[in-house]
Design a protein around this ligand. Structure first.
Ligand code: NAD
Length: 353
């Protein structure tokens, strides 16, 4: 047994079909009485229904959450929070809405109840990404980690299959990187492998039958575990590349993760063979190739070129990704990243290395 350090993060998780009905009780449990309910414009009708359902515990609805947490939106949400006399937030949605709740909590320490409706995992991390003037910055602060997370598989029945697949692979990427993180430990590894197993089992069933509640529950369970390890371990090459492509080339978050995962896993497969062995075993022994085949079998986006990422961008993306690289099991070289991005651009199966 290698020496290790484990920091167990606080947080309450309520997991059940129909758990949306417990939002009011969870607000009261935090000692709060008036929640500003947050959503994206798309999920605003759901947020309004929730406000109706919790009656006097709702201070209002703010339905303008947007991808990458623009500071301008947060400032409007802060004004709405103060004007409504709210004492806590309820974020109903995926990473974009959860990011807004965290941005509010970072500024005023408001307690957060999160009802997570995608597999991105932000609800259980202390990470907040924000954008201002086209620049995305990321911080880690324990005060942004939500106090209570509600997982209600019923709310994910309508998550479109394409988004479910991309979001599920986004979650799996957290688990793969947690396995070889410099600060990983046996508990993180257990959660990461179980998260991968659950999503590998659930996603094909969701593709087949999107309203399969058992499969939706298993996917949400897996994404919770993957989120926990994202919040517990340092991320490496994969997340650095996704941030570079998302921020620098305006590529969509979950899809970029989904496309890059087989390639970043293949890049690190040999250097982190021992740490990745339980994950490789789930995917037939060759993690990069196995993830590529799995992603293809569930109809995931496979090629950066399909997201509008031109081949001409590869050299500058490789340059950005190799500047201040995160810790990574294999040395991050310009040549290696050029090769990786060339494969990811065309969507070819990564070769075992
Ligand atoms: P998202 O929150 O942007 O959601 C995409 C769209 O799907 C939105 O319109 C949303 O309203 C809708 N949607 C969400 N759940 C739905 C459901 N169940 N049914 C129907 N529609 C639904 O997407 P995301 O991938 O969850 O989040 C991406 C954002 O989260 C990015 O900005 C990313 O940087 C951030 N993120 C942060 C962390 C962190 O730890 N800080 C972790 C992962 C992702």
């Amino acid at each position: 047994m290698e020496p290790f350090v484990h920091n167990a993060a606080p947080g309450r998780v309520v997991f059940a079909p129909g758990a949306l009905s417990q939002v009011g009780a969870e607000i009261e449990r935090l000692g709060c009485a008036r929640a500003l309910i947050l959503s994206t414009p798309f999920q605003k009708p759901d947020a309004e229904r929730l406000a109706e359902r919790i009656g006097g515990l709702a201070a209002g609805v703010f339905g303008d959450a947007a991808m990458h947490t623009p500071v301008e939106v947060t400032e409007r949400a802060m004004a709405a929070f103060e004007a409504s006399g709210a004492d806590c937030v309820v974020a109903l949605g995926g990473g974009s809405t959860i990011g807004l709740g965290k941005a509010i909590a970072w500024r005023n320490d408001a307690p957060q109840v999160v009802v997570a409706t995608t597999y991105a995992g932000s609800e259980v991390t202390d990470i907040l990404g924000q954008t201002e003037g086209g620049r995305k910055t990321t911080l880690r602060d324990p005060k942004v980690r939500p106090e209570t997370v509600i997982y209600d598989p019923d709310l994910t029945l309508g998550l479109p299959v394409a988004m479910s697949v991309a979001s599920g692979l986004n979650a799996m990427a957290h688990a793969v990187e947690a396995l070889y993180a410099p600060d990983t430990n046996p508990v993180i590894s257990l959660m990461a492998v179980e998260g991968l197993r659950a999503l590998k089992s659930a996603l094909p069933m969701i593709v087949e039958t999107p309203d399969n509640v058992a499969a939706r529950g298993e996917a949400l369970y897996g994404s919770w575990l993957c989120g926990v390890v994202l919040g517990s371990a340092a991320m490496s090459l994969h997340h650095k590349l996704c941030h570079t492509l998302g921020g620098g080339f305006d590529l969509p978050h979950a899809e970029t993760h989904a496309i890059l995962l087989p390639h970043t896993a293949a890049y690190n497969a040999r250097a982190a063979a021992a740490q990745l062995a339980p994950a490789a075993a789930l995917f037939g022994g060759d993690l990069g190739g196995g993830l590529h085949d799995f992603a293809a079998s569930i109809g995931a986006p496979m090629a950066l070129k399909d997201l509008g990422f031109s081949e001409d961008y590869i050299p500058s993306a490789a340059g950005m990704a190799t500047e201040n690289p995160y810790a990574n099991p294999r040395e991050v070289t310009r040549e290696g990243i050029l090769d990786l991005l060339t494969h990811a651009h065309s969507g070819t199966r990564p070769a075992p290395n």
